[in-house]
Ligand binder design. Sequence first.
Ligand code: ADP
Length: 365
Amino acid sequence: MKLFWRLFLSYALVTVLTVVALLLLTEVFASSFIRQHVEQMVQVMGPAGRSLQVDLTQGMRTTLTGALLIAAPVALLVAFFAASVASGRVVRAVRQLSEGSRAVANGEYRSRLPEQGQDELTDLARNFNRMAASLAAVEASRTELINTVAHELRTPITALRGYAEGLSDGVLPQETAARGVLRESQAMERLVGDLSLVSRVEAGAVPLQVQGVTVQALLSAVEERFALLAVNRKIRLDLRPAPRLAVHTDPERAAQVLANLVGNALKYTPAGGQVQVWAERLDRHVCVHVQDNGPGLSEEDQGRIFERFYRVDPSRSRMAGGSGVGLTVARGLARAMGGDVKVHSLLGQGSTFSLTLPHNPASSA
Ligand code: ADP
């Protein structure tokens, strides 16, 4: 049954019950009250009053019953209007909500409800709109992700096809084709691995083993890993010791973030450049800075490099083995550990990437 009719019937039921109660009261109390008084009056008036007794009693009863019978339909009419006024807003809001949710269920995430008024129904409409907006955002990022992944896979797939065609046409030496296939399949493997990591980081599903770690231990791990690469790339890698600082973090993940920042600095800084790494305490955090004198980043690029797959120079990044999600993962991991990764840069003058992690006073000297 429609909500309006339910509300109307409940109003009407209350009205009918009231009328019946009044009729009963009239019948039981009013009748005996009148009869009593008429009898007293007849006793005072004597025989002359006898003829009036029947008329008076019946007249009174007819008047009361008639009045109630007229009042009942009027009350029902009033109940109908009261139901339409009181339930109108509720019914309208419920109908809009029903249409809105049907639209959202059909994938129309732009559907919104009017937010007029200050009552609970307006709250409901506001929450519905918020839900539709976040569904729209999720859908947009899902579509964007699918498009980007398709785009990212197209490059190695095209290359693989080229090698296969070259081999079957006999124009490409077997060894060259095999090396090419290996390189492209490694690129695809890396992409799939990075994608899975980035989605786990974004879902907060990367398990962390947080403990007290000295910053020096993190710096030493970086030095061990990148010293040779820096020499090969003719870049001076300068790591300033930080003997007194300690952080509260997952050592493996923190080293992974730092390795990403130092790896990028070495990757994008031209030969003859310099990369400096140093740490400082900032209130309740420790900040590890990775500064290079490479190409630097424009304001716009600084705002976008943490997005998935964003690369300032896609071909250069791809050549260097980058998949464009390193900084997304780095920032996601840092945030999951209670820190962050930020960038300060001037185009043409180099960049400074800073990893902040919670300070661990217990382990600091
Ligand atoms: P990639 O795998 O491409 O290196 P990242 O997410 O690590 O992906 O970096 C995103 C982009 O940010 C890079 O493609 C590069 O254009 C830019 N970038 C990162 N680090 C630096 C840096 N130190 N100097 C200049 N550009 C950088």
